[in-house]
Design a protein around this ligand. Structure first.
Ligand code: ADP
Length: 483
């Protein structure tokens, strides 16, 4: 991997704690495996609670000076960090593909997307406005200050090794907070490469730490128990989110949670079918189905069901499964054996219930899986309630708008939903009726740093991106002045 990089110093395997590159106190390491090839590409320092405590203390120290700088100064350093990420986009993408598996073109896209949060929130730092409120008595002057909440602890997953971290550290730093991030143990290299660039950009030492560790629950507990940490931000499964929320309760810690989804993708009979196929391909098969906003249930109205299935199958058959480093690959491996088993299990469950495979359906060698469409899927099957997180497109048939809206909302999740239609009345009714934090209408791609990303119901708390994304990192202070 080092040989593929223009700047090999971006491939760091030590932790970045309190502004210093360190090995674990006990010398432990853990393996990072390339999911496309199965080989170990790095041995990374396996840090623990002691190192996490040092990182938290350093973040607390560093943020005092950082928060006292002008917003413009913070923004300039963040802009430099953004520029360095874009200058090193190719290398960062190679590191990302090697540890996570997504095709290089997608990895490059993720670096640009991830970097955009640093650019955006650096700019937003200058727009952290307080308020003045007309006094309630003649001698009173009321103001509201917005101040950084304090040290932020972050836990992130492997599916977006870069962007899931920048969505959190960028608003934190912009607001004036210190940040300690624990990346997923599958994908620590992208996070450490970002830390190399943060240091080069002039982010003050100690303000931003990356703690690679195989011991997620110990680090999570430390974040929740350490009184210096005032905010926990997490992206991952709803199950782990619940555990962290319970742990965070003891300190009444502010939490942002980006949890699981179970996105419905609805194709009405007045939809532009070709556009709907394009949208379904983008939403379902991007990152090999491994995103929390991937279409998980594709509902197609009876009149266009067969035509849509046929067009979708033709598009799926054009996908090229392989090593993401290879030119032309559209679909990489899954992340783990467990992920392969889950896709298999969901397919088997559809078959057991009387559905059938239209295309694909089988695991390939290693962690690769045939992009799959199944038909005849119904609401009582596993895919209706569980997130597959893999390349499985299940086609449900529906008759009426009311019926499909009821089905679409019949889930504990509420992250993203999509639908294709042209009738303006229907578009208005359905976008209002869907119980989701994000709705894509006639599009399968909704993520951008300028819009608020986040879920309702058990998909999460808070929003990332947009002008709202910084609020979770700020506290309000109401000042009542008597003159
Ligand atoms: P995913 O299936 O996307 O990996 P998880 O919720 O299992 O979703 O993991 C998301 C992140 O949370 C990962 O970095 C994982 O290591 C971490 N994690 C898992 N269990 C815990 C826990 N009990 N406390 C803190 N972090 C955890």
């Amino acid at each position: 991997l080092k040989m593929l990089l223009k700047d090999p110093s971006l491939l760091e395997t030590r932790g970045y704690v309190a502004g210093v590159w360190i090995q674990a106190d006990d010398g432990a390491t853990f393996d990072v495996v390339n999911p496309a090839r199965g080989d170990v590409i790095a041995k990374v320092a396996d840090l623990g609670v002691a190192e996490t405590r040092r990182a938290i203390a350093a973040a607390d120290d560093a943020m005092k000076g950082w928060a006292a700088r002008t917003a413009k100064e913070r923004a300039q350093i963040m802009r430099k960090w953004f520029d360095l990420m874009m200058e090193n986009q190719d290398d960062l993408a190679r590191i990302l593909t090697a540890e996570m598996g997504k095709p290089l073109a997608e990895a490059k896209g993720e670096i640009a997307y991830g970097a955009s949060f640093i650019e955006w929130f650096g700019e937003e730092a200058k727009r952290i406005y307080g308020e003045t409120i007309p006094g309630h008595q003649p001698d009173k002057r009321l103001t509201v200050l917005k101040q950084p909440i304090g040290v932020v602890g972050s836990i992130t997953p492997w599916n977006f090794p870069n962007a899931m971290i920048t969505r959190k550290c960028a608003p934190a730093l912009a607001a004036g907070c210190g940040f300690v991030g624990r990346p997923a143990s599958e994908t620590p290299l992208s996070a450490l490469a970002m830390a190399v660039l943060a240091d080069r950009a002039g982010v003050p030492k100690g303000l931003f730490s990356i703690v690679p560790s195989s011991k997620a629950s110990e680090i999570g507990k430390e974040f929740c128990e350490n009184p210096v940490v005032r905010k926990l931000t997490f992206t991952g499964s709803t199950n782990v989110g619940r555990i962290l929320l319970r742990q965070a309760a003891d300190q009444v810690m502010k939490c942002s949670m980006e949890l699981g989804g179970n996105a419905p993708f609805i194709v009405f009979d007045d939809a532009d079918l070709d556009a709907a196929v394009d949208g379904a391909m983008a939403s379902k098969f991007r990152n090999n189905g491994q995103t929390c906003v991937c279409a998980n249930r594709i509902y197609v109205q009876a009149g266009v069901y067969d035509a849509f299935a046929k067009k979708l199958a033709a598009a799926v058959d054009k996908l090229k499964v392989g090593d993401g480093m290879t030119e032309g690959t559209t679909t990489g491996p899954l992340i783990s054996e467990k992920a392969v088993e889950k896709v298999q299990d969901h397919i088997q469950d559809v078959l057991d219930g009387g559905g059938s495979v239209l295309t694909g359906g089988k695991p390939m060698e290693g962690l690769f899986f045939e992009p799959t469409i199944v038909t005849g899927v119904t609401q009582d099957m596993k895919v209706a309630t569980e997130e597959t997180f893999g390349p499985l497109a299940p086609l449900f048939k529906f008759d009426t708008e009311d019926e499909v809206v009821t089905w679409a909302n019949d889930t504990i999740f509420g992250l993203a939903a999509y639908f294709y239609a042209r009738d303006v009345g229907r578009i208005t009714r359905v976008q209002e009726a869907l119980e989701y934090g994000i709705v894509g209408v006639n599009t399968g791609i909704i993520s951008t740093e300028v819009a608020p990303f986040g879920g309702i119901k058990q998909s999460g708390l808070g929003r990332e991106g947009s002008r709202h994304g910084i609020e979770d990192y700020l506290e309000m202070k109401y000042v009542c002045l008597s003159i």
